[in-house]
Design a protein around this ligand. Structure first.
Ligand code: UFG
Length: 336
């Protein structure tokens, strides 16, 4: 079955491409390459030993997407395309509302016109805002603290409204925790442009000698060592979660919303130590003030995903670090 994979050239998209291909689906990438690299396509081809199907364009172009859905006889859509930097969303909110919400509306209209009603959507643990307790279960109240998070929340609500109006739609909402790591081949991985916003790529660049030291944002949180605690999940586990979500929709036909996390929290300092062990390199760090908008701890109750999808994350923190280091050290300049 042909599956449209929007944002398929990105970090999570490229790993999801491999998981879909591994499971016997034929992924067709749609990407505008605004925050991804064409170089990833050759890598995907090298790993799968198959030509990569890619349509370059924007999900905001409804008529074009409808044409792609028809031409490629698409049986389901995995929608990852979107902007994802929290800080940028505060500075440029309209960009986020247009690209993320406008992009989702456009894609859904194209799907409706083409008669494709199966969608897996990439949401985020950010929809839980500052949770009252951990682990976080799906029924927890949702809120948002920045425009990026707001777009995820609005799209979730939009999908629910569509599903109420048209019960024939099958929709899986996947709430990601903190994806890190890279494919075991070392051929694909995260390639942020400029200074990385996120912890793991920043640590990897310190280990590589590209950056002098990590700033640890806050050491006075109410956590075991005072630094922030997150549910880091290997991107290949996350990718397999998309396949499990898609299969559940196609086989059982019931819409669902699940967390994709490991259920374990690790602190910033634990990640630093694990990365040093995996890479054999020192990771210098300095404590810095808390980053505005950060919460103390965030980790998933992943039991619903296991119950509904038969999926659970299996790759531990040391493997996340080892795979991240393999990618970073083999590709010091990413795909460039
Ligand atoms: N951190 C540092 N130094 C850095 C970068 C991060 O100490 O240079 C700390 C943060 O303060 C936080 C932890 O590392 O405690 C993780 O930070 P990330 O930026 O890697 O990840 P976040 O948890 O802040 O954000 C992620 C995704 C967002 C999503 C959010 C909530 O990147 O898209 O989870 O689900 F919105």
């Amino acid at each position: 079955m042909n599956i449209l994979l929007t944002g398929g050239a990105g970090y999570i998209g490229s790993h999801t491409y491999l998981a879909l291909a591994e499971a016997g689906y034929t992924p067709v990438i749609v990407d505008n390459f605004s925050n991804s690299h064409r170089g990833v396509l050759q890598r995907l081809q090298a790993i799968t030993e198959r030509p990569v199907l890619c349509e370059e364009g924007d999900v905001l172009d409804t008529a074009w997407v409808e044409g792609v859905l028809r031409k490629r006889r698409i049986g389901g859509v995995v929608h990852l395309a979107g902007d994802k930097a929290v800080g940028e969303s505060v500075a440029k909110p309209l960009k986020y509302y247009r690209n993320n919400i406008g992009g989702a509306v456009s894609l859904l209209e194209a799907m409706q016109a083409a008669g494709c009603e199966v969608m897996v959507f990439s949401s985020s643990a950010t929809v839980y805002g500052d949770p009252a307790s951990v682990p976080i279960a799906e029924h927890f109240p949702r809120s948002h603290t920045n425009p990026y998070g707001h777009t995820k929340l609005v799209i979730e609500d939009m999908l629910a409204a569509l599903n109420t109006a048209q019960p024939s739609w099958k929709i899986a909402v996947l709430r990601y925790f903190n994806p890190v790591g890279a494919h075991a081949s070392g051929l694909i991985g995260e390639d942020p442009s400029g200074i990385p916003n996120n912890l793991m790529p920043f640590i990897a660049q310190v280990a590589l000698g590209k950056r002098a030291h990590l700033q640890v944002f806050g050491n006075d949180y109410a956590t075991p060592d005072g630094t922030g605690v997150r549910d880091f999940i290997h991107v290949s586990d996350l990718a397999e979660g998309h396949v499990a979500g898609l299969k559940a929709l196609l086989e059982r036909g019931e819409s669902l919303t699940v967390n994709l996390g490991t259920g374990r929290g690790h602190s910033v300092l634990e990640v630093v130590k694990a990365f040093e062990a995996a890479s054999g390199r020192p990771v210098a760090y300095q404590f810095a003030p808390r980053r505005p908008g950060d919460i103390a701890q965030c980790y998933a109750d992943p039991s619903l995903a296991e119950q509904l999808l038969g999926w659970r994350a299996s790759r531990p923190l040391d493997q996340m670090c080892a795979d991240s280091w393999r990618w970073q050290s083999k590709n010091p300049d990413g795909y460039r």
